[in-house]
Write a protein that binds this ligand. Structure first.
Ligand SMILES: [Zn+2]
Length: 306
């Protein structure tokens, strides 16, 4: 499998203070770990330009994008939402994160790579059509999914979210469209405290109790996702890859290990092989203990591009 890796150093400009958990060291730690593991040897490295507006507005309201532009501060930082600070450079970094993910999608569709991992920040899966939330401004995964559907004409796109928190924004944007099958595991109850009952036919919510282990997760995935994904036969799998379910992460109370992320990478790779095109686009979401994040991410990437 040819791996594409998409990241950039200008994310440093999205810096809302050392005490905020979503800080620049997250991506620096991942890059360091991947270099130590030798994973990037031979990988295609993306250039990561800013996203075009036409790609944003398939997923977000035009007025929402306008509002982000208007609220972007010219000095210091503001609260775009109660938990989502926005510094001078934050919006440009969010545009670049979305641009990275779109570039990765384009490379997959042109068969330059078979597996793509985007080590981007800020994360995206809590951002709704019309709302910033949970450190997120732009929903990178939904932006890519919409382009895959509307520009590339794909009819079956699986969207997998194994972050410790429900991908409420992704569900807000992609629910009730049969082109997407959304599988989201998350600690329950926990942020974003949304209504998780399976009220959308194309969404499989998989709530996990506080303290759930990786074995509990594997059992739930095999029971609730496997058959549905096999029957769906996705032409493309897009992954919200959050690593905050690790037992050492401070933002959730799940008990997964780095080996569980390796298992997830292998599981998704095998499912993808059953589809016609066997391609996976994975995008960083949460993960706030630097060591756990970096090692888990390395294990996942190693397994998902085998
Ligand atoms: Zn999370």
């Amino acid at each position: 499998m040819k791996l594409g890796y998409y990241s950039y150093t200008s994310h440093l400009e999205h810096d809302v203070g050392d005490i905020h958990p979503e800080h620049p060291m997250r991506v620096i730690a991942i890059n360091h770990q991947l270099e130590c593991m030798g994973i990037l040897h031979g990988a295609h490295l993306g250039s990561c330009h800013q996203v075009h507006r036409q790609d944003l507005v398939r997923a977000h309201k035009e007025g929402y994008v306008d509002q982000l532009e208007l609220m972007s501060p010219t000095n210091g930082s503001i609260l775009a939402n109660v938990d989502t600070p926005m510094a001078v450079g934050s919006l440009n970094v969010a545009y670049q994160a979305a641009g990275c993910v779109i570039e990765a999608l384009d490379d997959l569709m042109q068969n330059k790579v078979d597996r793509a991992f985007c080590a981007v920040r800020p994360p995206g899966h809590h951002a709704e059509k019309n709302k910033t939330m949970g450190f997120c401004f732009l929903n990178n995964v939904a932006i890519a999914a919409k382009k895959a559907q509307q520009h590339y004409g794909l009819a079956r796109i699986a969207v997998i979210d194994f972050d410790a928190h429900q991908g409420n924004g992704t569900i807000d944007i992609l629910a009730d469209d049969p082109a997407f099958l959304i599988c989201s595991s998350f600690q329950h109850p926990s942020f974003p405290f949304s209504h998780w009952r399976n009220i959308h036919e194309n969404v499989i919510n998989t709530p996990l109790n506080e303290g759930s282990s990786g074995i509990d997760m594997r059992r739930a995935v095999e029971t609730q996702w496997l058959k549905q994904l096999q029957d769906f036969k996705p032409q493309l799998t897009i992954v919200s890859a959050g690593f905050d379910a690790h037992r050492d992460d401070p933002m959730a109370e799940l008990n997964w290990s780095a080996e569980d992320y390796a298992w997830l990478g292998g599981f998704l790779s095998e499912i993808s092989k059953e589809g016609p095109d066997n391609q996976i686009l994975a995008v960083l979401e949460g993960g706030y203990n630097l060591d756990a994040l970096a090692v888990s991410c390395g294990e996942f990437i190693t397994a998902f591009h085998l």
